[in-house]
Design a protein around this ligand. Structure first.
Ligand code: GTP
Ligand code: SPV
Ligand code: MN
Length: 627
């Protein structure tokens, strides 16, 4: 979509706004007959009052957001501070992804694997049919055609979402290439993914609407064989913006397995070193573990520049020369607000100057937004994310820990000029990370691709507020894809191993690294300053790729040699540095036992190479223990 141009006055853009939303049930002439038939079938099931085909225009966005301001779903922020921006407050029960209500409905349970909630499609279909029957009564059903990836890119995929939530329409307009241009790319033989979304709150018998309609019952269901998505009951984030996790990860991972590519929970960045050599890096960290921060990194070391390509999802495919190329299939950022401030992520703060939707952050008395970490000085008075008066002495958080901003990627000052290159960028290094208070060193390089796949497969991380569950609890999150892999995770590892073998045959497989910004000392404080200083680690990684940095052998892979990373002015003591890289053989041997148990859950689907990697690391740890 095209965003409305900068406006600094409070005068609303009258010229853009048609008096009423276009509520014309007839599909555009360019709509493919299969899309039309599908939309009609969903309308017949869900029984909305009207059907609107979205064109993705600025005028449409303007009409929708105005209507949501009138209905109380959105609060218009003070345009002097935050032009053309809005605040949404969700229902307090609908604030994050619901993994326990996310289902993979493959024909066979084994194809979903032990890490997914499986449901027999034969059981799920009637459940959904009943829930969706009449679920849109009294509401408008919006039809949202979208492209994941640049329009017409050989790496892009098309989808159509229907939804009864105008908030979802506006968000999808920012997060994807949405509207007429995407619809026109769907012709008789184009593959497209249908996605049905309803908040599950029909307006019947005089029911009055609420600002954030949703339903206690939630089903985020995926049918990998027929490549369909059905989501009921939530309007929040990945539960509802179905192009994102449901399509671009869960369904796309299945398509990617079948077509020989990878759909990953990864940021993409472009780095130029002081010699002018350009690298591209993809990095997988679990939800709320620093992808957006790294994607928008401002290096603290001279001579290096970092540009942003994507902050959450990467689609990676070998090109004709056998090089792994990546695109960011999204067009916007749905980023974690708390902790985003001038000292942690100034680029994100700059990106958010206007044209943004904020969800579940706090409202300032001057009509701007605030969240924990935005400024050091806490405003005297706020209205919190639930609409209550708030002061620093309230003893609660002003913004929900999973409050988010939605903003166009093109608005990011560090966005790379090739972020929307239809052919993608060549990936030189892949990084896996997580939140680990102990054990995992600041950085190591994998010995080879297979060791790298083992590192990815054994990522564990402390839970964050991005999904329901107990924050801080350590859980396995292989490849940061635990909640997002649409098929058996062991088959996914096999697919990664096969991809590596193919890439290696042409000699261009990216190098693989592991990082951990979150290691803590015994007193519970972070050992590593993180944020801009992560550029020092990135520089070491790319110097390795460039053949200029030596590595020291450890049981876990190659670490920097002494003085291999410049720590000048960091305030990291020699003892802290040692702790950042300490490998405790006992703790690691115990971790390997837990990994063995985890692997055993995959039965004979577990690739042999991972068992071999585990045995090799165990051997190295035992050797280290003896010496
Ligand atoms: P999703 O959008 O949920 O997939 O997450 P993300 O990986 O993009 O998360 P994001 O970058 O928004 O990180 C969220 C949290 O990680 C914030 O609270 C940040 O302050 C924190 N964080 C990011 N980088 C660092 C770092 O280098 N060190 C420390 N200590 N915290 C960090
Ligand atoms: C994540 O949880 O990894 C996100 C946010 O990126 S959501 O879109 O809600 O899944
Ligand atoms: Mn994510």
């Amino acid at each position: 979509m095209t965003l409305t141009p900068t406006r600094s006055s409070s005068a609303p853009a009258k010229a853009l706004a048609a008096p009423h939303p276009r509520e014309d049930n007839s599909p555009p002439a360019s709509a493919d007959a299969r899309v039309v038939a599908w939309v009609e079938s969903i309308a017949a099931l869900t029984k909305p009052d009207s059907v609107v085909w979205c064109d993705g225009s600025a005028g449409e966005y303007d009409r929708l957001t105005r209507a949501m301001v009138d209905s109380g779903t959105l609060i218009r922020l003070n345009p002097e501070h935050r032009p053309y921006s809005f605040l949404a407050r969700s229902d307090p029960s609908d604030v994050a992804r619901v993994e326990a209500r996310t289902f993979i409905c493959s024909e066979h349970e084994d194809d979903a694997g032990p890490t997914n909630n499986w449901r027999d499609p034969a059981e799920m279909r009637p459940v959904l049919a009943k829930l969706f029957d009449g679920s849109m009564r009294g509401r408008t059903m919006y039809v949202i055609p979208f492209s994941m990836g640049p329009l017409g890119s050989p790496l892009a995929k098309l989808g159509v979402q229907v939804t009864d939530s105008p908030y979802v329409v506006a968000s999808m307009g920012i997060m994807t290439r949405m509207g007429t241009a995407a619809l026109e790319l769907i012709t008789a033989d184009t593959e497209w993914v249908p996605a049905v979304h309803s908040v599950g709150a029909p307006l019947v018998d005089g029911a009055v609407d609420v600002p954030w309609p949703c339903n206690e019952t939630k089903y985020i269901s995926h049918f990998p064989e027929t490549r369909e998505i059905w989501s009921f009951g939530s309007a929040y984030g990945g539960n509802a913006l179905l192009a994102k996790k449901s399509f671009a990860l869960r369904i796309a991972s299945v398509i990617a397995r079948d077509e020989g590519w990878l759909a990953e929970h990864m940021l993409i960045l472009k780095v130029t070193n002081p010699r002018g050599r350009v690298f591209h890096v993809a990095a997988a960290f679990p939800s709320a573990c620093g992808k957006t921060n790294l994607a928008m990194l401002t290096p603290s070391i001279p001579g290096w520049t970092v540009e942003t390509i994507g902050d959450d999802i990467a689609w990676l495919k070998p090109d004709a020369d056998g090089r792994l190329r990546a695109i960011n299939p999204e067009a916007g950022f749905f980023g974690v607000a708390p902790g985003t401030g001038p000292s942690t992520n100034a680029t994100a703060v700059d990106t958010l100057w206007g044209n943004a939707i904020f969800t579940n952050v706090a409202l300032r008395d001057d009509g701007d937004v605030w969240w924990e970490g935005l400024t050091d000085k806490i405003p005297e008075h706020l209205v919190d994310w639930q609409g209550n008066d708030w002061t620093a002495s309230s003893g609660s958080l002003a913004a929900h820990p999973n409050s988010r901003f939605t903003v166009a990627a093109a608005q990011c000052p560090s966005i790379s000029s090739d972020w929307d290159d239809p052919h993608g960028v060549v990936i030189d290094a892949i990084i896996f990370g997580g939140r680990r208070a102990s054990n995992v060193p600041l950085v190591v390089e994998a010995r080879d691709w297979e060791h790298g796949v083992y590192i990815g497969a054994t990522v564990s991380s402390e839970r964050t507020a991005a999904a329901e569950g107990t924050v801080g609890e350590l859980r396995r999150d292989p490849f940061a894809m635990m909640p997002f892999c649409g098929y058996n995770m062991a088959d996914y590892w096999s697919h990664w191993l096969e991809m590596g073998a193919k890439l290696r045959a042409t000699g261009t497989a990216p190098r693989i690294f592991q990082v951990n910004w979150f290691r803590k000392s015994n007193d519970g404080s972070f050992l590593w300053p993180g944020f801009a200083e992560n550029s020092r680690v990135l520089a070491w990684i790319l110097d390795r790729v460039d053949g200029r940095a030596a590595g020291a052998d450890t049981p876990l892979g190659w670490k920097p040699v002494a003085d291999g990373i410049d720590t000048e002015g960091l305030g990291v003591t020699a003892s802290q540095w040692e702790q950042l890289f300490a490998v405790d053989p006992e703790a690691w041997l115990a971790e390997l036992e837990s990994t063995e148990e985890f692997f055993a859950g995959f039965g004979d689907r577990l690739p042999e190479a991972l068992t071999a990697q585990l045995a090799d690391i165990r051997r190295r740890l035992k050797l280290a223990r003896e010496n």
